[in-house]
Write a protein of this length. Structure first.
Ligand code: ZN
Length: 98
């Protein structure tokens, strides 16, 4: 597997289909984009990932000032996990959201 630092995604081919650049081999600790979820679902996903002892990084898409205007329910979170836990985390997402 190969890794694109701009997409934060693992790819099977060594050229990124989105960026068109040559990719290095993926490393176990490369952060891979898992999923983007609204706050309510994000909290559920955090709990599931923690139950599975999967390390993750969660990025909030809107700033705190913004969420006051549009309401907290619209806030989204992007989840990233190290490649070593990517497949396991994907399974958690599929189980939770299918
Ligand atoms: Zn890319």
């Amino acid at each position: 597997m190969y890794y694109c630092q701009d997409c934060h995604m693992p790819y099977e081919q060594d050229i990124c289909p989105r960026c068109g650049v040559k990719l290095p081999l993926i490393k176990e600790d490369d952060d891979c984009f898992l999923v983007e979820k609204k706050e309510l679902w994000a909290d559920m996903l955090k709990e599931v990932l923690e139950n599975h002892h999967i390390p993750y990084y969660c990025a909030q898409l809107m700033g705190a000032g913004m969420s006051l205007k549009v309401g907290p329910m619209l806030e989204s979170y992007q989840f990233y996990v190290p490649y070593s836990h990517y497949h396991e985390a994907m399974q958690c997402v599929e189980t939770l959201f299918s």
